[in-house]
Design a protein around this ligand. Structure first.
Ligand code: FDA
Length: 500
């Protein structure tokens, strides 16, 4: 049942005494719904029955965030924090079960401060990846940052789960390039790397959003890129040999030089496998490399486009007509709902299985697979270097996605996704079957709360899929920084404390 609203009144009064009124949106505020949906990208997660926050706080300074935590602790109201709102399960703004909670939405804390000479930047969690990339390229055309493809994804949630994109083979994950951070903990203290200590600084870099406190900003190391990069996108139909080429891609893509990244998107309703690439060099060098290592793709000069790295960001994600300014646009269509999940592949899938996979992708109401090759820098760190464990030995990540018109319930699309995921079991990583926390899927397991503390034992079911053996260390870090389990959601890290 929903906790009594008595504590909520006290909480709201506490907030009003510490935070300007115009930064608070209660359910009765005329703008409440507009603010709530502002960074939601999946309409199925906001229906009339969605459990909404009591209030949305849009802090403009660290002290507002600290005050919200202090009020929340005092009045026993939990907080969910939202940066870009792209969580696959909407855990940054909705609760799966009835609960009185507040959302801290960081959309007013989104500055990016680049130090060109030092090749570093401080980026606030509320910034989008597009805003980060844009600010970096304004400061220098020779600098970049390795993170995800979608420009509207928020820095806060993305970094919390690792974060990878087209530079992953050369420079690893976003969190492999984090030097410092500021965190508001469950006591309302504002801590930097030194003050939070080694274990917590390790945990916030990949241990998933929400669990350890609210990360306000991150100091990142920027990475060098050449003045021109080359991009291509080549589609192959089944008749053009898509299945053979894909079978070979599994071995080639993770072992190419680090400057080369080729991802694949397969959706047989479009009847093609689409190979999308970023190469950190000129088209001449790229063509030579492809001729030597992957002639089956049939790449030629007409497929290749040279451009500055920053231009490759809209080109790769938004299409060839998009401009660099488009990566600052935060609006997107709410016409389709979606469901996603993920896998990791450590042993190449055989051709006969690919034939069956293409059969699955041709079914009615089927979705798509997006595959990102690993190898290179992302795979060279030890599994324990950060909470993100999917490194040495991983050939590639699979993201499964299915979409349906928002006005329909999508039951057959979700069923397809679940059935296909079950079919893939024997062909992907095992013991545990690994998954990427940033492609969050509550079907992998949800927390169970025992005596007002999230159960470690129950959480292992989903936790070891996301973190492998790093899960225990994450739970110990949680036990140190938030032993009372204040920062909690359906897949937050449980505190591991003596006797549990
Ligand atoms: P959101 O604000 O919803 O937060 C996600 C989680 O982190 C929530 O649990 C939230 O409470 C918590 N959180 C948010 N801000 C926090 C903070 N400041 N401190 C502590 N916890 C915080 N991933 C990838 O690696 N590469 C890619 O290319 C893409 N592409 C992509 C495209 C699209 C369209 C979507 C929807 C998603 C992706 N992703 C991705 C996945 C993405 O990295 C993932 O959904 C991130 O968690 C989103 O971060 P947001 O801040 O937008 O989400």
């Amino acid at each position: 049942s929903v906790p009594s609203l008595a504590s909520s009144d006290g909480f709201l009064q506490c907030l009003s005494s510490a935070i300007p009124k115009q930064l608070l949106y209660t359910q009765s505020s005329p703008s409440f719904t507009t603010v709530l949906v502002s960074s939601t990208w999946n309409p199925k997660l906001l229906t009339p029955s969605t459990v909404r926050p009591l209030v949305i706080v849009t802090p403009s300074s660290a002290s507002h965030v600290q005050a919200t935590v202090v009020c929340g602790r005092h009045h026993d109201v939990r907080i969910r924090v939202r940066s870009g709102g792209h969580d696959f399960e909407g855990l940054s703004y909705r609760s799966v079960r009835p609960e009185v909670f507040a959302v801290v939405d960081l959309n007013k804390m989104r500055s990016v401060r680049v130090n060109r000479n030092a090749a570093t930047a401080w980026v606030d969690s509320g910034a989008t990846l597009g805003e980060l990339y844009y600010a970096v390229s304004k400061a220098s055309k020779r600098l970049a940052f390795p993170a995800g493809l979608c420009p509207t994804v928020g820095v806060g949630g993305h970094f919390s789960g690792g974060g990878f994109g087209m530079l992953l083979r050369k420079y690893g994950l976003a969190i492999d390039n984090v030097l410092d951070a500021t965190l508001v903990d469950a006591e309302g203290r504002l801590l930097d790397k030194k003050a939070m200590g080694r274990d917590v600084f390790w945990a916030i870099r990949g241990g998933g959003g929400e669990s350890f406190g609210i990360v306000l900003s991150w100091k990142v190391k920027l990475v060098p890129v050449p003045p021109k990069v080359t991009v291509f996108s080549v589609s192959k139909s089944i008749d053009e040999g898509a299945i053979d080429i894909l079978t070979k891609w599994q071995q080639v893509a993770p072992s190419l030089p680090e400057d080369m990244f080729i991802r694949v998107q397969v959706g047989v309703q479009k009847q093609v496998a689409e190979f999308q690439s970023l190469y950190l060099g000129t088209s001449g060098a790229l063509l030579q490399l492809m001729e030597r290592r992957f002639p089956e793709l049939g790449l030629n000069q007409t497929h290749c486009k040279e451009m500055a790295w920053i231009q490759s960001v809209p080109y790769s994600y938004l299409g060839s007509a998009a401009t660099v300014e488009d990566i600052l646009n935060r609006t997107y269509s709410l016409d389709y709902s979606n469901k996603g999940t993920s896998d990791y592949v450590r042993e190449a899938i055989t051709k006969d299985v690919w034939v069956k996979i293409f059969g699955w992708l041709a079914k009615q109401d089927a979705g798509i697979m997006v595959m990102d090759p690993y190898g290179g820098k992302i795979s060279s760190s030890p599994e324990s270097a950060t909470p993100f464990p999917h490194r040495g030995g991983v050939l590639y990540n699979i993201q499964y996605l299915n979409f349906w018109p928002a006005a329909t319930n999508g039951a057959s699309h979700v069923k397809w996704l679940k059935d296909f995921y079950a079919f893939m079991g024997p062909h992907v990583s095992k013991n545990p079957r690994e998954a990427y926390v940033n492609y969050r899927d509550l079907d992998l397991g949800e927390n169970v709360v025992v005596g007002n503390i999230t159960s470690y034992k129950a959480a292992k079911v989903w936790g070891e899929k996301y973190y492998k053996s790093n899960f225990k260390r994450l739970a110990i870090a949680k036990g140190k920084v938030d032993p009372h389990d204040y920062f909690r959601n359906e897949q937050s890290i449980p505190p591991l404390v003596a006797g549990q």
